[in-house]
Design a protein around this ligand. Sequence first.
Ligand code: HEM
Length: 458
Amino acid sequence: MILSQTLEIAVPIGSAAMTDIALIAIFCVVFTYIVRCVFQYTRSKLIGNKLPGPTESFLWGNAADMQAQGGLVLFLDHLHERYGPIARFWDGVGSLSVSINDPKLLQQVNGTRLEKRVDGLDFLKGLLGARGIGYTKGAQAKARRQLWHGVLSGQPFQQSMLPAFNKMVESTLDDWTEGEGDAQGEGVVIEFNMAARMLWLRLNQEIEGQSEWGTGDLLSLLIAAKGPDGSPAFSTAEVHDEVLTLLFGVYDNSKILSHTLHQLACHPCAQEAAREEVDAAWGGRPPNTLQALISLRYLHACLQETLRMSAGRGVIWRVLEQDVRLGKHVLPRNATLVAPSASIHSNPEYWPEPGKFKPERFLEADSGTDKSDKLCPVKHPGGHPLAFIPFGFGLRNCLGQKYAMNTATLVLGHILQRFTVELPSEADRQLHFKEENLSLESTDGIHLRLRPRAKHVS
Ligand code: HEM
């Protein structure tokens, strides 16, 4: 009886107490959150404003300056010209970004093992797939990257894709010869941004799930991949999102192709040198080994020089997870580190005459061979490991870079074997860029004329 009375009284008091405790807990959490925000805001303002950079509006930061320059990539160029290699700007209320365009300084910051990307890129989740590699973090990202690496860089995949890719590229080039213009006489004029994008979409559809190569295609490899305990490494939903991530690579891949062809049309001597290399290595036939692609060093250098000059992404981001001291400057924890690759790639200290197309920058005499005319790739293009970063850097660099370079070499090799690439008119030489998706895009497209060569692989 005493017990039941106690219980009857205890329940209502307990529930009121619980409500109070819950309210106090919520208050504490909100209070702590606000104090933390105010502390972080004040700290980043105090430390950030000691770094060189323009004045900002309280609410919009430097958004208006970015807009006035035509976008972030162009704004960063301007920022470094004015404030030197370390420059800060504000992305909104108290959101500090520090841009570094000197590879040596960037390397010091990267030494803190930068891994985290900015949350601002979360808006791409719908497109890229939230369960894909781009959004995994920490130990999971490390394990996932190893799997991806095994799948994409593996010889079996690259080797098994060659016959199907050769077929696909040849059939696309046949379609192109039937396009606008007289294929035998004048040649065919093509809008290359679109043409290249369509071609890459076709190639990627091949990778996504054709059984033509047995178990060598990317989708089969992703499905078959095993974790450390032997269970499937990817769930079906994860495989789906990884394939979305892969399709996103189409965009970069089509850009490198159209921009390199434009450079080769502007520089006929470079085009001839690249063609001679292809003719000598492939002997008029489609390549059937990975080695036949890797051996095209001059063409590879043309691709790299194009990535340096225009086809790479303009900006790479990381979150600083600790304070970093650079000489007299302190970069505070939680600030965003911006590596403006477009600006780094045109820094004359690393790239003399940065506006000139010079593929030789990426080649040097091979000291390991007695043939003095043999060339090999430079170990650190631009003279520093972070002077050339079209594929990003450090722990989260691009996983598709070898694949991207090999497939681009394959397609360009086919085109050079069959066509001479020309500018349809002098007006097509100068591309006019505007910023789109954080890289510079040609406003009027890229127009090229393909003139069939007298003899080509059919
Ligand atoms: C010319 C073509 C390409 C360029 C210029 C390019 C560039 C980049 C860049 C700049 C990043 C960010 C790196 C960083 O934050 O440090 C990246 C990430 C990535 N790229 Fe590429 N990419 C290309 C093609 C591809 C292709 C074809 C694939 C797939 C087959 C691919 C797969 C990836 C993946 C999975 C990541 C995310 C890695 C991670 O989050 O750990 N990329 N790429």
